[in-house]
Design a protein around this ligand. Structure first.
Ligand code: CA
Length: 222
């Protein structure tokens, strides 16, 4: 899951980033309302954690404009205990949830997962290809009945591929989605991870995680 955290208090933003990354999220942070608005209208996120009081455009105005443009990205507002009116206004403007500061990051993680589940609604949470089973909610992977332990990156690559069966995903797309940034693609970072992933998934893995020469990878559903 790729999440944008909009929070101008560096300490809080850092704590959220660390907590979410430990739970396998890809996190981008912005401490400025105008920059954040620019990001949410040009980039794809699975959820936005949005503080209300910000330099530049405030959180409620960002939310209001997103919804006006029929952008339904899940938004979780961060509010101070005293901001009751803002909280109510936020929910009326189309926020999906809110949390009052201070909070435990575990609770934020649970709520983001719940939001993602609600949004993905009818989307399949369990994907299968041959002997492989990927549970996108519990992040459990099995080959036959044997559980496979993947690193966060390996799982995120597998998840990204399995969510778009048949589609060729370029190395750049995988980098952006799984690492959350784009850099000189001369490195073979992705290939190394995919090789490791295939090795863990067993001898059939190269048939369902197909290499598309010179481009990237494709998940082939069997
Ligand atoms: Ca603030």
């Amino acid at each position: 899951m790729k999440v944008l955290v909009v929070e101008d208090e560096k300490r809080i933003a850092g704590f959220i980033r660390k907590g979410l990354e430990e739970h396998g999220f890809v996190v981008e942070c912005s401490g400025d309302g105008d920059e954040a608005y620019q990001l949410v209208t040009t980039q794809q996120y699975d959820a936005i954690v949005l503080d209300i009081m910000l330099p530049g455009r405030d959180g409620l105005s960002i939310l209001q404009n997103l919804r006006k443009q029929a952008n339904s990205v899940p938004v979780l507002l961060l509010t101070a205990r005293s901001e009751l009116d803002e909280r109510v206004e936020g929910l009326n403007l189309g926020a999906d949830d809110y949390m009052t500061k201070p909070f435990f990051v575990e609770e934020l993680v649970a709520r983001l997962h719940a939001l993602a589940r609600r949004v993905s609604g009818e989307r399949l949470s369990i994907l299968q290809a041959g002997d492989l089973t990927v549970n996108l909610l519990t992040r459990e992977v099995k080959v036959g009945n044997t559980p496979v332990r993947l690193t966060v990156r390996e799982f995120n690559i597998l998840e990204y591929l399995t969510r778009s069966p048949g589609r060729v995903l370029t190395r750049t797309q995988i980098l952006e989605h799984v690492w959350g940034y784009d850099f000189d693609i001369g490195t073979n970072l992705i290939d190394v991870h995919v090789q490791r992933l295939r090795k863990k998934l067993g001898p059939d893995a190269a048939t369902f995680i197909e290499t598309v020469r010179g481009v990237g990878y494709r998940f082939v559903k069997q």
